[in-house]
Design a protein around this ligand. Structure first.
Ligand SMILES: Cc1ncc(C[n+]2csc(CCOP(=O)(O)OP(=O)(O)O)c2C)c(N)n1
Ligand SMILES: [Mg+2]
Length: 352
């Protein structure tokens, strides 16, 4: 098994060929639909980037199980705090494809009201959303609600001050927070071995006095099960849980990265063989729940959703350039109107 690179045990479901309590056939298929939607979103986004239709894009190919497995363990009242690696996780909460694509196009329609779907803004600064999620989870507790929050971040984020502050605050205050670390073993070109001397990232949980669990991040059911337990702890007033989901980044960091300069290409190929959507598909086929016809129709539906999403995004008019300056000046300088007119003239020329 290529991902078990050290002695710490990984929780698994698929490889153990067991079933998860409480998941019926419909739940298992819903999980599959979510995985396929995320995979399709990711693969199409790379194409849209190459075609110049979206800007720089951070792929999450191979990380879909972490996202779908955990979201399916939440209730609608729970809060999701994504990093750029989970940019499309809101799709699983009903955020339209076009909205997320607009975020990557730098269009203002790509920003949503977090309260609407209980999905916070996508955090581009590494780890800065962890204290936000801790504070929000603590707030839910103070209000007497049983909602929890989940924050997604990478192995590199565990070296950021914000991660430590957020984790400690959540533990001290007993905030119902799930800290979900996607350990894909790279922070751009920095390998995990240069990131920490800890034997495993899950070891950090003990330092905050919270339980930690280490799961196979390519096993959607193992992620689901671990998140469900963490959510139950949070709702029961038992505070935060740290989950280390172990994967391997088998794609570039983003569209601006060329990992051939620093990765072992053979390892990448081996990891691709182990990817999470195919593993789950085989599991469902073994259970007799998923046939070829159904799999094809789920994929076709996801592709249609993407085609519609990009068409909707591209049909939206570009924002007026004055938006750049809104809320910038209390008293605009005397030259503002003529400068803006000049900018419009230049951009008009460029666009036209
Ligand atoms: C505070 C901060 N420092 C540096 C960066 C530049 N940066 C963007 S992604 C990244 C690597 C993060 O790695 P990791 O936390 O493992 O997440 P992954 O990209 O692997 O999902 C860095 C250093 C940033 N966005 N924010
Ligand atoms: Mg990483």
């Amino acid at each position: 098994m290529p991902i078990a690179h050290d002695e710490h045990e990984l929780r698994r479901v698929i490889d153990e060929d067991r079933e998860v309590d409480g998941l019926g056939e419909q739940d298992l298929l819903d999980l599959y639909r979510s995985l396929v939607l995320l995979r399709t979103y990711d693969e199409r986004s790379l194409v849209y980037h190459r075609q110049g239709r979206i800007g720089t894009y951070a792929m999450f190919w191979g990380h879909e199980a972490i996202q779908a497995g955990s979201v399916h363990a939440l209730a609608g009242r729970d809060w999701v705090f994504p990093s750029y690696r989970e940019s499309a996780i809101g799709l699983l909460r009903g955020i339209p494809v076009s909205t997320v694509l607009q975020w990557w196009r730098g269009h203002p329609a790509g920003w949503w009201n977090p309260a609407e779907h209980r999905v916070a803004s996508i955090s581009v600064p590494v780890g800065s959303h962890v204290p936000h999620a801790a504070g929000l989870a603590w707030g839910e507790k103070l209000k007497g609600s049983d909602a929890v929050a989940i924050a997604y971040f990478g192995d590199g984020a565990t070296s950021e001050g914000a991660f430590h502050e957020g984790a400690n605050l959540a533990a001290v205050m007993g905030a119902p927070l799930v800290l979900l670390c996607n350990n894909n073993q790279w922070a751009i070109s920095t390998p995990l071995s240069a990131q920490t001397r800890a034997e495993a990232l899950v070891a950090k949980a003990a330092g905050y006095g919270m339980p930690g669990v280490r799961v196979d991040g390519t096993d959607v059911l193992a992620v689901f099960e671990a998140t469900r337990e963490a959510v139950e702890r949070g709702r029961a007033g038992e505070g935060p849980t740290f989950i280390e989901a172990v994967t391997y980044r088998a794609a570039p960091h983003g569209t601006a990265d060329d990992p051939r300069l620093y990765v072992d290409l053979e390892r990448v190929e081996a990891e691709k063989q182990h990817e999470c959507v195919g593993r789950y598909e085989t599991y469902l086929q073994r259970l007799g729940i998923l046939g070829d016809e159904l799999a094809e129709s789920v994929k076709a539906e996801a592709l249609d959703t993407m085609k519609q999403g990009i068409a909707e995004a591209e049909a939206m008019p570009a924002p007026d350039v004055s938006l750049l300056f809104e809320h910038t000046y209390a008293d605009p300088p005397a030259s503002f109107e003529t400068d803006l007119a000049e900018l419009r003239r230049i951009l008009g020329g460029e666009l036209g």
